[in-house]
Design a protein. Structure first.
Length: 122
């Protein structure tokens, strides 16, 4: 690794292509802060790998994976859990736009089930 690589941080050149801010209709107060918006962003390769490891470990231990979320939100878990259903829908819609292809539901999937796909928010 070169000296320049040691000092450099790799980041997306155009953040507008990988994130959006969702304004909440029903702001949440948590830990002394008012959450009136949540930033939703596309996860990186490293974040997806860590998420996949968490899911695999939970399954190996026979634990539920339902509460394991992709790292796409700037809000703490407690805020995401407290969202009004309408705001949850808005955040989920935004998250679905940034899901990696491997986590998107296939077009031929017409049943109401999750078909093994992981929801980004729950």
């Amino acid at each position: 690794m070169t000296a320049v690589e040691n000092q450099s941080v790799a980041r997306f050149a155009d953040r507008s292509r990988i994130e959006t801010i969702v304004k909440l209709e029903y702001p949440i107060e948590y830990a002394g802060k008012i959450w009136d918006a949540i930033t939703v962003s596309s996860p990186t390769v490293a974040q997806v790998a860590a998420f996949s490891e968490r899911v695999a470990e939970a399954r190996k231990l026979g634990e539920s994976t339902e509460g394991i979320r992709l790292p796409m939100f700037d809000a703490p878990e407690a805020v995401l859990d407290a969202l009004h259903l309408d705001d949850d829908d808005l955040v989920s819609e935004a998250a679905n736009r940034f899901l990696p292809r491997r986590f998107r539901a296939s077009p031929e999937s017409t049943s109401g089930s999750n078909d093994g796909n992981i929801s980004p928010i729950s």
